[in-house]
Structure formats: structure tokens, C-alpha cells
Design a protein around this ligand. Structure first.
Ligand code: NAD
Ligand code: G6P
Ligand code: MN
Length: 445
């Protein structure tokens, strides 16, 4: 069957992930054919670095696709079927502050977890809402597939502030973990794994995994995770694991698993369950933001400049990773009605039976032209229920704080986080975050 050609805008065209997504799109013209590919960013200079290289790649490999890079919302969002969004409001320099400020007080400093994640959430909400508004104005039938972090807080904000928007918030971490699991178990691909999983974004657990023949994969997997975490994929060239900090995270899953051997965990739970370990192993003067600026950002931009200078991408090292695979796979499922099963961040509405309906949860969904249908994961045990309810409240309080411009609500959010030891420390961190985010946050009172 001939597949209808799609028009896609990548919002955050200057992201370090954009070129990988372009590679993936081009390699998948049989599964997800494009008529138009647009880039949108509010930083023209940054976007241009990536766009000049991608223009060469498109011309060389798929010249039939119209390619446009723009900072004009009307041009970007008109005649679009999909918005693939991955903006970082405040950039990596603000990520650095999100990480370093909590660490000064002995608290986890992380992009999406703890006080840093909340600070980032306060910046991201208006940026993502603005993208939704552009989409609804210029292409009201389009879908937005949103990676922009912190995905949980962004999802709660979009649920409240734009309840009818066609946005699906997503995360590549479960896919990356399943890729490692596929390697560990000797499967060809993570797509061979049928899973049951519940939780919040960066805060979840797998209860079951089967292969396509229905064989239980958990016993063999647990034996491995108990000894090595998700680490063995290192030798397989998983790009995430090339860096020491990711290697450590994949290994630490061993200790996270030990607390509940009935399930296997998302790697991000280490920030909540082993925050003392995380803090004592962090360098408060050189955090993940510094690593990203010194490695991924530098390398991606250098390669983009090289391709643009040579006007050839024949030997380019830019490649599509699981981040790109997942978003293109999801878009194809929506466009061509494939009824595939994918983990998405959606309104609970009974998917986790003993959790509030209005929590934004990460669960398996069936994806088709009609959108997504969450699968019911049933009741969850006390341990996970307690942790999830605490974290849901934190995320809701952050969105309350944003909507009501409330200092009190944000102080409560930080205080309630499992990563923060007391209301006093919460206040110290909050006051410094407010100082650092003057340009980005609403004025709180
Ligand atoms: P980056 O800073 O390299 O790129 C982000 C781009 O967004 C920049 O070019 C910037 O100019 C642009 N931008 C910022 N605010 C904007 C706005 N209001 N409107 C339009 N463009 C805007 O960041 P990165 O490291 O490539 O990551 C991009 C985003 O993707 C981050 O939010 C990151 O957390 C997220 N991410 C999410 C997942 C996931 O699992 N959900 C996975 C990987 C990355
Ligand atoms: C994973 C997570 C993302 C997060 C990213 C950070 O992919 O799912 O939500 O943004 O890691 O990676 P980085 O390399 O930027 O630290
Ligand atoms: Mn994620």
C-alpha cells in the first residue's frame, strides 16, 4: 500500500539530537515517507549549524524532500502533520545551574530529578505551551510528539493548561534500557520484547517481559540485573554507555533492583533511592551539563560544520540512535494505524488501578490513527504506590506554583521531594534557584 507522505517540523532544530532524527527519517522513507521537513528554533545561529549540515544530507540522500529551516512560527507550523519537539528552555548553561545549585547543599543535582528538575520544569512549561499554541493555530490536526524535559512536569502542565491538545509526551529511557536488555538476552531487537511497566516518567518499574512467542524473559533477566544491573551492553557500543556517568547509572540498577526483586527498575530511580550515593559520587564543579557541553554538543556541532564545509555527508558519523528510532516509530504508528504497543506518558484514568485518575503516568499504550489507548496495569504494591504518590504530588505542586506564581507551593514541592532532607534545605536551594532563574520563571510571591 502506498503510504501518504508526511510533513514534519522538528522544534528545537538546534538540538544535539536533531541530526540523528534526520538520519532516522531519511533511512525510513519506506516506512515513514516525507514530503516536507522543517526545523524551528528560537535561536537562529544555533539552528543554522545543524540545518546547514542536514540540508546537505537531505540533498544527497532524499532530494525529493523539501527542507526548510526557520525561526518564523507561521512558516514552521503551517501545513504540518507532526511536530517533533525537543527544546531545552534556558539551554545547557541553565542545566548546569540546575545541577550545581542543589549539590552545594548536598542534594541530588539532576536534569529532571529533584530540585533541578523542578527548576527546569518551571522554565519548560511556557516554552512547550507556546509550541502547542503554534501547532493549534497553524496546523490544528497535527500531533505533537514531545521529548522536551522534564517530561513528567511538562505532561502535567499540558494536561491542565491545554487539555484537548494533541500532544504525546515521551521518553527514550525505557527504549534504551530495553535495548540493553535485548543485548543481555541475545535478542535481535528491543522490539521483540512485550512488556508490562508502570510508573511516572523517569520513575517506573517493569513487572513482566515476554518475547513474541510468549516466553517469560524475566527469570534470565533478573539473574543478570542482580549481578550487573543493565551494564553488559557497554561492549556492544550502546552510545549512551560510552560515557562513564551513564555506565555507572546502568550498573547502579543492580542496587535499585535489590530493593524490589519482584520488578526490574528504571535507571532513574537511583536518584531517589540512592541519593546519598549519587551526591557523594558527584563532582559539584563538573556535572553532566559540563560533560554534555564538552562531548555531545561539541562533537555534534563539529561534525555538522564539517559536513556543511565539505558539502558532502558521504562519510558522516552522524547516526540515528534509539532516541530517533522511538519518535519516528511512534509517528509511523499514528500515521499508518499500526496498533503497536509503546510506553507513553498519559493521563492515568485507571491504567494504574489504585492511583488517582489525574496522575500523568508512563504505561504501555496501543498506538493507532485514533491516538493511543493505555493498557490496564492493575493495582500496584505499597512500596511503589507510596513513592509514586509522593512524586506525583511534587510534580503537581510545581505546576501549581507555576500557575499561581506561588513561592509557597514551590517550597512545598522541593520539601516533599524524596531527594531533599528538610524544609530548611529546600528553602535554601529554592532561594538560589529563584535568583538563577529570574529571566525564566514567573515572579513568585
Ligand atoms: P539543546 O540545548 O542542544 O537543544 C535544544 C534546542 O532548543 C536549542 O537549539 C534551543 O535554542 C532550542 N530552544 C530552547 N527554547 C526554545 C523555545 N522556546 N522555542 C524554540 N526552540 C527553543 O538540548 P539537547 O541536549 O539536544 O536536548 C533537547 C531536549 O530534549 C531537552 O529538553 C532534553 O531534556 C530532551 N530530551 C528528552 C529525552 C526524553 O527522554 N524525553 C531524551 C533526550 C533529550
Ligand atoms: C535519557 C533520558 C532523557 C534525558 C537524557 C539525558 O535519554 O530519557 O530524558 O534528557 O537521558 O541525557 P544526557 O546525555 O543529556 O545527560
Ligand atoms: Mn527521558
Amino acid at each position: 500500500m502506498e503510504r501518504k507522505k508526511q510533513s514534519v517540523v522538528i522544534a528545537g532544530g538546534g538540538s544535539t539530537y536533531t541530526a540523528g532524527i534526520v538520519m532516522m527519517l531519511i533511512e525510513n522513507q519506506d516506512k515513514f515517507p516525507l514530503r516536507t521537513l522543517k526545523f524551528y528554533d528560537n535561536d537562529q545561529k544555533r539552528q543554522e549549524i545543524v540545518a546547514k549540515a542536514c540540508e546537505v544530507i537531505v540533498k544527497e540522500r532524499a532530494p525529493e524532500i523539501e527542507f526548510i529551516a526557520t525561526t518564523d512560527p507561521e512558516e514552521a507550523f503551517t501545513d504540518i502533520d507532526f511536530v517533533m519537539a525537543h527544546i531545552r528552555v534556558g539551554g545547557l548553561s541553565m542545566r548546569e545551574k540546575d545541577e550545581k545549585i542543589p549539590l552545594k547543599y548536598g542534594v541530588v543535582g539532576q536534569e529532571t530529578c529533584g530540585p533541578g528538575g523542578m527548576a527546569y520544569g518551571m522554565r519548560s512549561i511556557p516554552g512547550v505551551i507556546e509550541l502547542i499554541d503554534y501547532m493549534e493555530k497553524y496546523s490544528p490536526n497535527a500531533w505533537m510528539l514531545n521529548y522536551s524535559n522534564p517530561a513528567s512536569i511538562v505532561a502535567e502542565a499540558t494536561r491542565r493548561m491545554r487539555p484537548n491538545a494533541k500532544i504525546i509526551n515521551i521518553c527514550d529511557m525505557p527504549v534504551a534500557i530495553k535495548k540493553s536488555i535485548a543485548d543481555i538476552l541475545g535478542l535481535d531487537s528491543e522490539l521483540e520484547i512485550v512488556d508490562r511497566y508502570y510508573g511516572l516518567n523517569h520513575f517506573g518499574w517493569w513487572t513482566e517481559m515476554y518475547d513474541k512467542e510468549g516466553n517469560d524473559l524475566m527469570p534470565r533477566l533478573k539473574e543478570h540485573v542482580q549481578k550487573y544491573g543493565y551494564a553488559s551492553a557497554a561492549e556492544e557500543g550502546n552510545p549512551l554507555l560510552e560515557e562513564a556517568s551513564w555506565m555507572d547509572t546502568f550498573q547502579k540498577a543492580k542496587d535499585v533492583y535489590a530493593i524490589d526483586p519482584e520488578t526490574v527498575p528504571n535507571t532513574y530511580l537511583k536518584y531517589y533511592l540512592y541519593s546519598d550515593y549519587v551526591v557523594s559520587h558527584a563532582n559539584p564543579d563538573y556535572t553532566r551539563a559540563n560533560e554534555v557541553m564538552d562531548n555531545r554538543e561539541k562533537n555534534v556541532f563539529a561534525e555538522c560544520k564539517r559536513v556543511a564545509d565539505n558539502q558532502s555527508a558521504k562519510d558522516t558519523t552522524i547516526e540515528a540512535g534509539e532516541h530517533a528510532e522511538f519518535i519516528v516509530h511512534l509517528a509511523a504508528a499514528l500515521a499508518y494505524n499500526t496498533y503497536e504497543r509503546m510506553l507513553l506518558i498519559v493521563k492515568n484514568d485507571g491504567a494504574i488501578a489504585n492511583l488517582d485518575d489525574d496522575a500523568m503516568v508512563e504505561v504501555p499504550c496501543i498506538v493507532s490513527k485514533r491516538g493511543y489507548e493505555p493498557l490496564c496495569m492493575g493495582k500496584i504494591p505499597h512500596f511503589q504506590k507510596g513513592m509514586i504518590e509522593q512524586q506525583v504530588a511534587v510534580e503537581k505542586l510545581v505546576v501549581d506554583a507555576y500557575e499561581q506564581k506561588s513561592y509557597q507551593k514551590l517550597w512545598q514541592a522541593l520539601t516533599l521531594s524524596k531527594t531533599v532532607p528538610s524544609a530548611k534545605v529546600a528553602k535554601q536551594i529554592l532561594d538560589e534557584l529563584i535568583e538563577a532563574n529570574q529571566e525564566w520563571w514567573p515572579t513568585l510571591s
